[in-house]
Design a protein around this ligand. Sequence first.
Ligand SMILES: [Zn+2]
Length: 430
Amino acid sequence: MAVLFRDFYFIDADRDGASRGDLLVEGGRISRIGADLSEIPGGVEIVKGEGKRLLAPGFVNGHTHAAMVLLRGLGEELPLKRWLEERIWPVEAGLAPEHIYWGTRGAVMEMASTGTTCFCDMYFEMDEVARAAAETGIRCCMSRGLTGDDPEKVREGVELFHRWDGKGNIRVQLGPHAPYTVSPEALKGITASAAEIGAGVHFHFLEAEWEPAFIRDRYGLTPMAYLEETGLLGVPSAILAHCVWFPLSEIPGLAGSTATVAHSPSSNMKLGSGHAPAQAFLEGGVSLSLGTDGAASNNRLDTWGEMRLCALMHKGVSKDPTVMTARDVFRMATLSGALSAGFDDLGLIREGWRADLVMIDLDRPHYIGWSPDNIVDFIVYAGSSSDILGTMCAGKWLYRAGEFPDQEYDAVMGEITRCREDLLRRARRR
Ligand SMILES: [Zn+2]
């Protein structure tokens, strides 16, 4: 169905300030933008902005494990390795396809209600993720998480690509887990497969402080040499999640590559991993997106919240209020994330671009004083995802006025609760 946004302000990462006018959404795309659109086709839903509502591009969650919402709250306040080995992996071992499906359905509701219209997901049973995404209408760039050297899993990842990539709102990447769970030889095979089929790769890199020494001691390589040697810089696109311990001296090597660093400030803070040199990445010309990581290590899937934390955190740690501007984090959460997910016509409000939009209520006390020039500052520092009136993906409302159209909320919540209980029961039996 077509939607006309009448008299809205709108902003994106390439605009100096907010513009005001009408937007017509048809066929999943922004078809027309104008000061006062006339000759509107019949049967159009008209949404009034009255100069008090803002449209922004939908946020892209650049790194997550959506179905981990089922593991939220398990194993708080532990270091990464113990958290994974003692609390997460034993429970994950009991995950069945229906858990992944319903967990992802829950994550989609949570993300839609906080303005995310696209998520870069790495997990397993990804056909279930694809089904959850296709049924709800959210956009997804997914990868099957690969650990160990089993070529069968790589084949599954490649088959997933052929089955789902380009279908509806779905893109597929290959998902080797991390340097400490996949050997360089296996990684080389994965990146060669990715290059061959034209897929991107999603990889955890240098999240924990011990990782650079691990790579040096075991393989005799620096982080950049490791990326080059394993072919991660030779794939069409690579999402490198975290990069907390990426050496400053090697950042120039990453500039201009097809890699995007998915910065996950909340998860890095919560797991005590440290803070990524995000400002140095930006200044060095490295593409940067924002991710929440899974709900077990955040514990929110709120990309808007990540923008605020990111902008504040880097000012604090550098003792420099001029770094990591509101505009920087807004770009990371929209356009840069969209590119990392494999969409080149997503993340800006442009005619012909995909209609993934967040509708924000500016008629609230904390927006008093906003203007077209300072609106991005207000969004990042004063606003929050509770200001969202609606979230649209490819022209379809995922969330509107506190509800999820086309979703049976109570039934979905019941299934998610049942899956969580079932999963914990299985873990106790282990
Ligand atoms: Zn992760």
